[in-house]
Design a protein around this ligand. Structure first.
Ligand code: NDP
Length: 248
Protein backbone atom coordinates (compact mmCIF):
# COMPACT_ATOMS: atom_id res chain seq x y z
CA UNK A 1 0.00 0.00 0.00
CA UNK A 2 1.24 3.48 -0.89
CA UNK A 3 2.49 5.52 2.07
CA UNK A 4 -0.09 8.21 2.71
CA UNK A 5 1.53 10.23 5.52
CA UNK A 6 4.82 11.37 4.01
CA UNK A 7 4.82 15.07 2.94
CA UNK A 8 1.32 15.69 4.29
CA UNK A 9 0.81 19.03 6.03
CA UNK A 10 -0.70 18.22 9.44
CA UNK A 11 -1.86 20.76 12.03
CA UNK A 12 -2.25 19.47 15.60
CA UNK A 13 -3.89 21.42 18.42
CA UNK A 14 -3.00 20.56 21.99
CA UNK A 15 0.47 19.61 20.78
CA UNK A 16 2.39 20.91 23.82
CA UNK A 17 1.96 17.71 25.84
CA UNK A 18 0.37 14.28 26.01
CA UNK A 19 -1.29 12.82 22.96
CA UNK A 20 -0.88 15.88 20.72
CA UNK A 21 2.86 15.97 21.35
CA UNK A 22 3.15 12.22 20.75
CA UNK A 23 1.18 12.51 17.50
CA UNK A 24 3.37 15.38 16.28
CA UNK A 25 6.59 13.48 16.93
CA UNK A 26 5.28 10.24 15.41
CA UNK A 27 3.83 11.81 12.26
CA UNK A 28 7.00 13.88 11.74
CA UNK A 29 9.05 10.69 11.95
CA UNK A 30 6.85 9.32 9.19
CA UNK A 31 7.71 12.30 7.00
CA UNK A 32 4.77 14.64 7.60
CA UNK A 33 5.23 18.40 7.96
CA UNK A 34 3.69 19.18 11.33
CA UNK A 35 2.37 22.38 12.85
CA UNK A 36 2.21 22.30 16.63
CA UNK A 37 -0.44 24.51 18.23
CA UNK A 38 -1.02 25.22 21.93
CA UNK A 39 -0.81 28.11 24.39
CA UNK A 40 2.50 27.16 26.03
CA UNK A 41 5.01 28.68 23.62
CA UNK A 42 8.07 27.28 25.37
CA UNK A 43 6.79 23.70 25.16
CA UNK A 44 5.82 23.71 21.48
CA UNK A 45 9.05 25.48 20.49
CA UNK A 46 11.19 22.82 22.21
CA UNK A 47 9.22 20.00 20.54
CA UNK A 48 9.40 21.68 17.11
CA UNK A 49 13.16 22.24 17.56
CA UNK A 50 13.61 18.57 18.48
CA UNK A 51 11.73 17.48 15.36
CA UNK A 52 13.64 19.88 13.10
CA UNK A 53 16.93 18.81 14.73
CA UNK A 54 16.16 15.19 13.86
CA UNK A 55 15.65 16.04 10.17
CA UNK A 56 11.87 16.50 10.34
CA UNK A 57 9.83 19.57 9.45
CA UNK A 58 7.89 21.32 12.21
CA UNK A 59 6.47 24.73 12.98
CA UNK A 60 5.29 25.97 16.39
CA UNK A 61 2.33 28.36 16.51
CA UNK A 62 1.07 29.75 19.80
CA UNK A 63 -2.69 29.27 19.61
CA UNK A 64 -5.62 29.49 21.99
CA UNK A 65 -8.34 27.38 20.40
CA UNK A 66 -11.05 29.35 22.21
CA UNK A 67 -10.16 32.25 19.90
CA UNK A 68 -11.46 31.90 16.34
CA UNK A 69 -8.96 34.56 15.28
CA UNK A 70 -6.04 32.50 16.66
CA UNK A 71 -7.22 29.32 14.95
CA UNK A 72 -7.74 31.10 11.62
CA UNK A 73 -4.23 32.53 11.92
CA UNK A 74 -2.91 29.04 12.64
CA UNK A 75 -4.48 27.58 9.51
CA UNK A 76 -3.68 30.59 7.32
CA UNK A 77 -0.02 30.63 8.41
CA UNK A 78 0.21 26.90 7.65
CA UNK A 79 -1.18 27.41 4.15
CA UNK A 80 1.09 30.43 3.57
CA UNK A 81 4.14 28.33 4.53
CA UNK A 82 3.36 24.97 2.97
CA UNK A 83 0.68 25.74 0.40
CA UNK A 84 -2.08 23.56 1.83
CA UNK A 85 -3.48 21.79 4.85
CA UNK A 86 -3.99 18.05 4.52
CA UNK A 87 -4.97 17.11 8.06
CA UNK A 88 -6.26 19.03 11.07
CA UNK A 89 -6.21 17.19 14.38
CA UNK A 90 -8.52 19.02 16.80
CA UNK A 91 -7.03 17.52 19.93
CA UNK A 92 -6.82 20.35 22.50
CA UNK A 93 -8.97 19.57 25.50
CA UNK A 94 -9.47 20.02 29.23
CA UNK A 95 -11.13 17.72 31.75
CA UNK A 96 -11.81 19.37 35.12
CA UNK A 97 -14.17 16.64 36.37
CA UNK A 98 -16.57 17.43 39.21
CA UNK A 99 -20.10 16.59 40.29
CA UNK A 100 -22.89 18.84 39.02
CA UNK A 101 -24.02 19.86 42.52
CA UNK A 102 -20.74 21.73 42.98
CA UNK A 103 -21.84 24.06 40.16
CA UNK A 104 -18.32 24.85 39.00
CA UNK A 105 -19.75 26.95 36.20
CA UNK A 106 -16.41 28.47 35.19
CA UNK A 107 -15.00 24.99 34.61
CA UNK A 108 -18.13 23.98 32.66
CA UNK A 109 -17.66 27.04 30.45
CA UNK A 110 -13.98 26.23 29.98
CA UNK A 111 -14.80 22.69 28.81
CA UNK A 112 -17.41 23.98 26.39
CA UNK A 113 -15.02 26.66 25.11
CA UNK A 114 -11.99 24.41 24.60
CA UNK A 115 -13.47 20.96 23.90
CA UNK A 116 -16.41 22.02 21.75
CA UNK A 117 -15.98 25.60 20.57
CA UNK A 118 -12.28 24.91 19.92
CA UNK A 119 -13.20 22.06 17.56
CA UNK A 120 -15.78 24.27 15.83
CA UNK A 121 -13.13 26.96 15.36
CA UNK A 122 -10.86 24.39 13.74
CA UNK A 123 -13.61 23.33 11.35
CA UNK A 124 -14.50 26.95 10.54
CA UNK A 125 -10.88 27.74 9.73
CA UNK A 126 -9.92 24.60 7.79
CA UNK A 127 -13.05 23.48 5.98
CA UNK A 128 -13.24 26.27 3.37
CA UNK A 129 -9.61 25.58 2.45
CA UNK A 130 -10.09 21.81 2.28
CA UNK A 131 -13.27 22.30 0.25
CA UNK A 132 -11.35 24.40 -2.28
CA UNK A 133 -8.51 21.82 -2.33
CA UNK A 134 -11.11 19.05 -2.81
CA UNK A 135 -9.15 17.07 -0.24
CA UNK A 136 -8.52 17.04 3.46
CA UNK A 137 -8.96 15.17 6.70
CA UNK A 138 -10.28 16.41 10.03
CA UNK A 139 -9.58 14.25 13.08
CA UNK A 140 -11.32 15.14 16.33
CA UNK A 141 -10.32 13.77 19.72
CA UNK A 142 -13.42 12.65 21.61
CA UNK A 143 -13.22 10.13 24.46
CA UNK A 144 -14.65 6.93 25.88
CA UNK A 145 -16.45 9.55 28.02
CA UNK A 146 -18.07 10.63 24.76
CA UNK A 147 -19.76 7.22 24.65
CA UNK A 148 -20.77 6.88 28.29
CA UNK A 149 -21.35 9.06 31.32
CA UNK A 150 -20.05 8.40 34.83
CA UNK A 151 -20.36 10.39 38.08
CA UNK A 152 -18.37 13.69 37.74
CA UNK A 153 -18.15 13.40 33.93
CA UNK A 154 -21.52 14.97 32.98
CA UNK A 155 -20.22 18.19 31.44
CA UNK A 156 -17.00 16.68 30.05
CA UNK A 157 -19.04 13.84 28.54
CA UNK A 158 -21.53 16.37 27.13
CA UNK A 159 -18.71 18.11 25.26
CA UNK A 160 -17.30 14.82 23.97
CA UNK A 161 -20.72 13.45 22.92
CA UNK A 162 -21.07 16.75 21.04
CA UNK A 163 -17.67 16.30 19.37
CA UNK A 164 -18.82 12.90 18.10
CA UNK A 165 -22.11 14.30 16.77
CA UNK A 166 -20.28 17.15 15.12
CA UNK A 167 -17.72 14.87 13.49
CA UNK A 168 -20.42 12.60 12.09
CA UNK A 169 -22.21 15.66 10.69
CA UNK A 170 -18.95 16.82 9.16
CA UNK A 171 -18.33 13.40 7.60
CA UNK A 172 -21.80 13.43 6.15
CA UNK A 173 -21.62 16.92 4.65
CA UNK A 174 -17.96 16.96 3.60
CA UNK A 175 -17.89 13.59 1.84
CA UNK A 176 -18.99 15.45 -1.30
CA UNK A 177 -15.70 17.37 -1.28
CA UNK A 178 -13.46 14.33 -0.73
CA UNK A 179 -12.87 15.29 2.89
CA UNK A 180 -12.41 12.56 5.48
CA UNK A 181 -13.57 12.80 9.10
CA UNK A 182 -12.35 10.70 12.02
CA UNK A 183 -13.38 10.51 15.66
CA UNK A 184 -10.76 9.08 18.00
CA UNK A 185 -12.10 8.10 21.40
CA UNK A 186 -9.28 7.25 23.82
CA UNK A 187 -9.70 5.46 27.13
CA UNK A 188 -7.26 6.06 29.98
CA UNK A 189 -3.99 7.52 28.70
CA UNK A 190 -1.17 8.75 30.96
CA UNK A 191 -0.88 12.50 30.28
CA UNK A 192 -1.13 15.83 32.10
CA UNK A 193 -4.92 15.94 31.67
CA UNK A 194 -5.75 15.17 35.30
CA UNK A 195 -3.57 18.00 36.65
CA UNK A 196 -6.35 20.55 36.20
CA UNK A 197 -9.04 18.77 38.22
CA UNK A 198 -9.80 21.17 41.07
CA UNK A 199 -11.74 18.65 43.22
CA UNK A 200 -8.78 17.00 44.97
CA UNK A 201 -10.63 13.77 45.86
CA UNK A 202 -11.80 13.30 42.27
CA UNK A 203 -8.29 14.10 41.06
CA UNK A 204 -6.64 11.59 43.42
CA UNK A 205 -9.07 8.82 42.46
CA UNK A 206 -8.51 9.40 38.74
CA UNK A 207 -4.74 9.67 39.15
CA UNK A 208 -4.66 6.40 41.05
CA UNK A 209 -6.70 4.69 38.35
CA UNK A 210 -4.76 6.08 35.38
CA UNK A 211 -1.42 5.32 37.03
CA UNK A 212 -2.58 1.69 37.29
CA UNK A 213 -4.07 1.09 33.83
CA UNK A 214 -3.17 4.10 31.62
CA UNK A 215 -1.42 3.47 28.32
CA UNK A 216 1.24 5.85 26.92
CA UNK A 217 0.23 8.75 24.63
CA UNK A 218 2.09 7.10 21.72
CA UNK A 219 -0.92 4.75 21.54
CA UNK A 220 -3.00 7.68 20.27
CA UNK A 221 -0.23 8.60 17.82
CA UNK A 222 -0.40 5.14 16.24
CA UNK A 223 -4.19 5.37 15.88
CA UNK A 224 -3.93 8.76 14.19
CA UNK A 225 -1.23 7.47 11.86
CA UNK A 226 -3.41 4.49 10.93
CA UNK A 227 -6.39 6.73 10.08
CA UNK A 228 -4.27 9.10 7.98
CA UNK A 229 -2.32 6.36 6.25
CA UNK A 230 -5.36 4.59 4.82
CA UNK A 231 -5.85 5.37 1.09
CA UNK A 232 -7.75 8.59 0.30
CA UNK A 233 -10.88 6.68 -0.73
CA UNK A 234 -11.13 5.11 2.73
CA UNK A 235 -12.42 7.09 5.69
CA UNK A 236 -11.64 5.64 9.11
CA UNK A 237 -14.63 7.21 10.80
CA UNK A 238 -14.22 6.17 14.40
CA UNK A 239 -11.65 4.51 16.60
CA UNK A 240 -12.21 3.66 20.26
CA UNK A 241 -9.20 2.38 22.16
CA UNK A 242 -8.80 1.52 25.82
CA UNK A 243 -6.14 -0.05 27.98
CA UNK A 244 -6.95 -3.76 27.99
CA UNK A 245 -7.38 -3.55 31.76
CA UNK A 246 -9.95 -0.72 31.62
CA UNK A 247 -13.39 -2.07 32.51
CA UNK A 248 -15.63 0.99 31.86
P1 NDP B 1 -2.81 17.04 28.07
O1 NDP B 1 -3.27 17.86 29.22
O2 NDP B 1 -1.43 16.47 28.13
O3 NDP B 1 -2.96 17.85 26.71
C1 NDP B 1 -3.97 18.78 26.51
C2 NDP B 1 -3.51 19.74 25.43
O4 NDP B 1 -4.56 20.68 25.18
C3 NDP B 1 -2.28 20.53 25.85
O5 NDP B 1 -1.38 20.55 24.76
C4 NDP B 1 -2.82 21.92 26.10
O6 NDP B 1 -1.85 22.89 25.75
C5 NDP B 1 -3.98 21.96 25.12
N1 NDP B 1 -4.95 23.02 25.44
C6 NDP B 1 -5.72 23.15 26.54
N2 NDP B 1 -6.43 24.30 26.46
C7 NDP B 1 -6.11 24.88 25.27
C8 NDP B 1 -6.50 26.07 24.60
N3 NDP B 1 -7.39 26.92 25.15
N4 NDP B 1 -5.94 26.35 23.41
C9 NDP B 1 -5.03 25.51 22.85
N5 NDP B 1 -4.64 24.37 23.42
C10 NDP B 1 -5.17 24.06 24.62
O7 NDP B 1 -3.89 15.88 27.92
P2 NDP B 1 -4.18 14.77 26.80
O8 NDP B 1 -3.06 14.62 25.87
O9 NDP B 1 -4.67 13.60 27.55
O10 NDP B 1 -5.44 15.41 26.05
C11 NDP B 1 -5.58 15.47 24.65
C12 NDP B 1 -7.04 15.23 24.29
O11 NDP B 1 -7.39 13.90 24.63
C13 NDP B 1 -8.06 16.11 25.01
O12 NDP B 1 -9.05 16.51 24.10
C14 NDP B 1 -8.66 15.16 26.05
O13 NDP B 1 -9.97 15.56 26.41
C15 NDP B 1 -8.63 13.87 25.29
N6 NDP B 1 -8.72 12.63 26.06
C16 NDP B 1 -7.76 12.30 26.98
C17 NDP B 1 -7.83 11.09 27.67
C18 NDP B 1 -6.78 10.68 28.66
O14 NDP B 1 -7.00 9.66 29.34
N7 NDP B 1 -5.66 11.36 28.78
C19 NDP B 1 -8.92 10.14 27.41
C20 NDP B 1 -9.85 10.58 26.42
C21 NDP B 1 -9.74 11.76 25.78
P3 NDP B 1 -1.61 24.32 26.45
O15 NDP B 1 -1.96 24.16 27.90
O16 NDP B 1 -0.15 24.56 26.21
O17 NDP B 1 -2.47 25.28 25.71
Amino acid sequence: MKDNIKDKVIVITGASSGMGEAAARHLAQKGARVVLAARRADRIKVIANDINGEGGEALAMVTDVTSLEDVKKLVDTTVAKWGRIDVLINNAGVMPLSSLDQAKVNEWDKMIDVNLRGVLHGIAAALPIMKAQKSGHIINTASVAGHLVFPTSAVYSATKFAVRALTEGLRNEASAWNIRATIISPGAVSTELLEHISDKDVQAANQEYVSKVGVPPETFARMVAFAINEPEDVGVNEIIFRPTAQEL
